[in-house]
Design a protein around this ligand. Sequence first.
Ligand code: BGC
Length: 748
Amino acid sequence: MNRISVALAFLLALPIVQSSSRPPGTPPLNSAVERRLDSLLALMTLEEKAGQLTQYTARWTAPGERVRLIPDQEALIRKGKVGSLLNAYGADVTRRIQEIAVKESRLKIPLVFGYDVIHGLRTVFPIPLGEASTWEPGLIEKAARVAATEASAMGIQWTFAPMVDIARDPRWGRIAEGSGEDPYLGAAMAAAHVRGFQGDDLSQPNTILSCPKHFAAYGGAEGGRDYNAVDISERTLRDVYLPPFEAAVKAGAATIMCSFNEIAGVPSTGNRQLLTDILRKEWGFDGFVVSDWGSIGELRAHGFASSGAEAALLALSAGTDMDMESNLYGEQVEVLVRSGKLAESVVDESVRRILRAKIRLGLFDDPYRYCSVVRERSLILHPDHRALARDVARRSMVLLKNEKNLLPLNKQAGTLAVIGPLAADSINPLGTWDALGRPADVVTVLEGIRKAVSPQTTVLYAKGCAIDSSATDGFGEAIAAARRADVVVMVLGEASSMSGEASCRSVLDLPGNQEALLKAIHAVGKPIVVILMNGRPLTIPWLDQQIPAILEAWMPGVEAGGAVADVIFGDYAPSGRLPVTFPRRVGQVPIYYNHKSTGRPADDTVKYTSRYLDVPSSPLYPFGYGLSYTRFAYGRLTLSAARIREGESLRVGIEVRNTGERPGEETVQLYVQDEFGSVTRPVKELKGFCKIALAPGEKKNIEFMLSTADLAFTTLDMKHRVEPGTFKVFAGGNSRDLAASSFEVVAR
Ligand code: BGC
């Protein structure tokens, strides 16, 4: 045991002091840990307590420098005025900073280092919307495990991920960071990420705290504009936006980040109902809540708090334990307690939650366990990590169209022209929140294709145009390349900066002159495959009509090129399915599959129905959609009973057959409609899915178990329960093309 551990062991073995009473409803905790916390709290001054509630971003003495913090921050750590740092990473850097905390501060409490490790650290995986397109939670758990392995090797113990916000408005740039529009798929992906980041034991040096965010309903921003107000019913909050959070908490999420937005007039950062009543009392969450960046201070701009002091009071009393970068808890907590406005027991409870997380991480036993230069050197960008990134990337790609089986291409294609602003681009495939990803690590699509084709194949390249510009001077070269080619592959889409935080768009078309370039190349008359790289659904009706093959590749990460090549040359048959609806036009937004029926369901042949005059009511591509290189045929649905009692389960079976000539993977999806309720119910809701591989001619019987608990919703009296009545049940390969049957639930 080293000197510090001895000091900490001594500190934590001090006599037990009874802590202030804990709020009712909090779950039973490990009593030995709680006693350690009691002892520690008894030693802390109010200033040191406020310090634990404070998180600063690392600010470096020189741009790009990774070695020292600015002296002011070092002084704050020395005084015990910092509980956590974000944006500090590197085994040696974090060790040096940690040393200040555990050697030079009075109580030697270690810091916890947080960072936005959203879809990988240095080995960058596809953006989360792409990850969700795999419909493979087990695979995404492995990807999160890799991210945690790399992060923890660089001194990071806490990621601000996963983002589990349901997003039904593709104008909202942050749709790229989540799992799309559906609560069921979103919940499965949320839990998978938490399991992957946290593993089985948080004290292991390769596991990190997860932080599902942004609690809550941030994706419901009016007009799809970031940070905007949200006004939804409590029922919608509970039935649509909260399920992924609840799943994440059930999976053991150790922290939660609250959101910037208000819900029906109450900003989340100061929302007690959300942060205390629902999160802690209803769900039994025993971790801590961190604010979003500056969101405590923003309570003033919201018009919810009249001063910094009031903002701190409202946020802490609501249940926001840690202040990320508002710098208000540090400034105000002591004053608020001394003036009698804030009970010290509230402060103690938040400090306790944060210290508990540090104990869980094992930081009190060894504050440097995440600072291993050896692990850092051997694990970052490990070949196994890259191999997994390639597999996830190819599995995330969604084949939207493939007329006359243009894909897969032959590796002996003669001459292939690779055209477009994203074809040889190594920056944008990393997507938003690219963490420590480096363009130099990225395999571009052009490189991937060059590597895959036979030596006899000629690969021509022309950029054609920039991602977002009106210039046409590159068109000539691109047209010339297309003329010489047998097949053209065009790589089009968005810059990574066009999605993510504060990156909303009012138009969802291909930016700049890309569609004009595509039209010019199309006029040459060669077969065209379009690869799309984007962080949201785009409106691409012209492509859908004119281009024979379209592959949605999202932002695929470091292994972009290899993964695209695997798919377009048929080494891997595409199996991704859309986790979000593609509109035909931006005016249809929000458009999502699990909408309500209305009293006048859309019928495009009848005027007085719920529709637009100038666009069909259907989306361009529905939720759950995606093609393969083979075809799947579905048999009839079979139910184990026509009627079940509340509390019972129903077996739903369906036969799926590969009727094509190639092997392929299908994602079989189960949907339910509750036909009548005390409140109206969506036209259908996803209730199960599974991905299966089928050889040509092979068939499989897929069975889903549907329990009546799966049919529960927030009823008129605000209870979460199933209501007896008739239900439709559907199964198939996307949310539109489904076999249907029905059953009844009768009261117990
Ligand atoms: C974002 C969060 C992020 C935080 C820290 C905020 O602006 O909303 O998602 O975790 O910054 O970087």
